[in-house]
Design a protein around this ligand. Structure first.
Ligand code: NAD
Length: 498
């Protein structure tokens, strides 16, 4: 029996008005997992109107009361973590320990932001005039459109929805078409926690049919988007024309730098986890390995051996190290980069092809791949491949490593392995990504610290941490003059002197 799911609009579950549907498919086996609405502009309009209607009451609710609802949501997520992870692996592909981590990120963010219900600190500061009080308080932006990718099906939606909620915004959420069940599970969690009708609305559908009308809807105040640069830039153009607030989290071309003096075992653990976890489909995945020449041969030899030992399979199987990629389109794109690599003179040292025999025949599997003889300007060293592929680039010095690291159109995450504290700090100083790890891989964000990237990765906003509050609130600066007379800032300053 395959279940048919519905949109959540104004507190009610309903199919798309057109009656259209889309199948949710397991990328490892081709199995049909569920049927979801294929929504269009009219469903988006219903959802945005519901969010607008719910806004006044939600923003008026005291922050601590909003926080209590989120605490209850956190409890539900903890209770259902294993169930949600076991439903996420079949729809997205990544192995169970990673989908457990995905749900855990949602739990962490929910508890963290629930606490913000009693903080959401503003500022007070002296006024330049006597008998005058100055403060800044946060206010919600309004109706938020949350548009998310498929690679972190619950974590990324939670990283947008939960901070937006605690700040008093209402939301229309359009999840990625490939991972609707995890989005549905998150919505059900918030419903069970007692979120009032219309505060969160979920519209399932494609980017073109549901995403575009959502971005363009005049009532939407802020668009918070995570996804590819291509789509993000298009949304940025529209948001600029329509005068909307915009928060963008986009692609990466992350690197691990390994210096001659590094602990190679430690570094290799970090490389395998960062390059091939989630089949390389993380925005923070390591897709370049910048290696100092003294250890190049040894490191490459050991990297190839460890990569070849990785076992492909269904993410629910205990023995699987690397699951499928999310869909056929991604598989073809990754495979296409092998031809690009060959033509540019790189060497495919291992992997480099689609795996489609035996138990893998019905899924979208790509063999974990190491590219060697890569030069810093090759396309495989510059473009986001978003698959289990790492390109090894040799350098002579730390200065060259930093220059190569920074010389890409993205700026999300970098890691540096060295046992020399001076080199580590020179790396911290010179590397210009938004995230930086010393002696750890490129993965490992924590919810209470800002997350995001420089250059083409973002537009200057950050997700998570206190920085998320800046994304989902507007500052209101308040002056209270209790002097009982007209006091003019900048003009009556002399009179205010003792
Ligand atoms: P995508 O850009 O194809 O889609 C992202 C979302 O946008 C989906 O919900 C999609 O339906 C929607 N969409 C597509 N076209 C749209 C349009 N014209 N208007 C409105 N919405 C539209 O990205 P993807 O393939 O789902 O995700 C992979 C990308 O996401 C990679 O580039 C990856 O680096 C990036 N990503 C970035 C971060 C980060 O925090 N920086 C995190 C995860 C993923």
């Amino acid at each position: 029996m395959v279940t048919t799911y519905q949109n959540w609009i104004g507190g009610r579950w309903a199919p798309a008005r057109s009656g259209g549907t889309r199948e949710n498919i397991d990328p490892a086996s081709g199995e049909l997992l569920g049927i979801f609405p294929r929504s269009g502009a009219e469903d988006v309009n219903d959802a945005v109107n519901a969010a607008q209607q719910a806004l006044a009451a939600w923003r008026a609710m005291p922050g601590p009361r909003r926080g209590e609802i989120l605490f209850r949501a956190g409890e539900v997520l903890v209770r259902r973590k294993e169930e949600f992870a076991r439903e996420m692996t079949p729809e997205m592909g990544k192995v169970l320990k990673e989908t457990r981590g995905d749900v855990q990120e949602a739990i962490d963010m929910t508890y963290y932001m629930a606490g913000e219900g009693r903080r959401c600190f503003g500022q007070t500061t002296p006024s330049e005039l006597p008998d005058k009080f100055a403060m800044c308080v946060r206010q919600p932006v309004g109706v938020v459109a949350a548009i998310t990718p498929w690679n972190f099906p619950m974590a990324i939606p939670a990283w947008k929805i939960i901070p937006a909620l605690i700040c008093g915004n209402t939301i229309v959420f359009k999840p990625a078409s490939d991972t609707p069940k995890s989005a549905w599970n998150l919505a059900k969690t918030l419903e069970e926690a007692g979120l009032p009708p219309g505060v969160l609305n979920v519209v399932f559908g494609s980017g073109g049919e549901a995403g575009t009308p959502l971005v363009e809807h005049p009532v939407v105040d802020l668009v918070s988007f995570t996804g590819s640069n291509e789509v993000g830039r298009g949304i940025a153009l529209k948001a600029a024309q329509l005068g909307k607030r915009l928060h963008l989290e986009m692609g990466g071309k992350n690197a691990i730098i390994i210096m001659d003096d590094a602990d190679l075992n430690l570094a290799l653990d970090g490389v395998i986890w960062s390059a091939f976890g989630t089949s390389g489909q993380r925005c923070t995945a390591a897709s370049r390995l910048i290696v100092q020449r003294g250890i190049l041969d040894e490191l490459t030899k050991r990297l190839i051996a460890r990569t070849e030992a990785l076992r492909l399979g269904h993410g629910l199987d205990e023995g699987t190290d690397v699951g499928p990629v999310v869909n056929h389109e991604q598989l073809v794109k990754i495979d296409g980069y092998m031809e690009v690599a060959r033509k540019e003179g790189a060497t495919i040292a291992c992997g480099g092809s689609i795996a489609n025999v035996g138990a893998l025949a019905k899924g979208f599997f790509f063999r974990p791949t190491v590219l060697t003889d890569v030069k810093r300007n090759m396309r495989v060293a510059q473009e986001e491949i978003f698959g289990p592929v790492i390109a090894v680039i040799a350098v002579d010095s730390l200065e060259e490593a930093i220059a190569v690291n920074n010389d890409v159109p993205f700026g999300l995450s970098t890691s540096i392995y060295t046992r020399d504290v001076n080199q580590a700090f020179r790396g911290i100083e010179g590397i210009t990504t938004g995230l930086l790890y010393v002696n750890a891989g490129t993965i490992g964000a924590e919810v209470h610290l800002p997350f995001g990237g420089t250059r083409g990765t973002g537009n200057g906003h950050r997700e998570a941490g206190q920085a998320a509050l800046d994304t989902y609130t507007e500052w209101k600066t308040v002056f209270v003059d209790y002097s009982g007379k007209l006091q003019r800032a900048q003009i009556d300053v002399e009179a205010a002197k003792p």
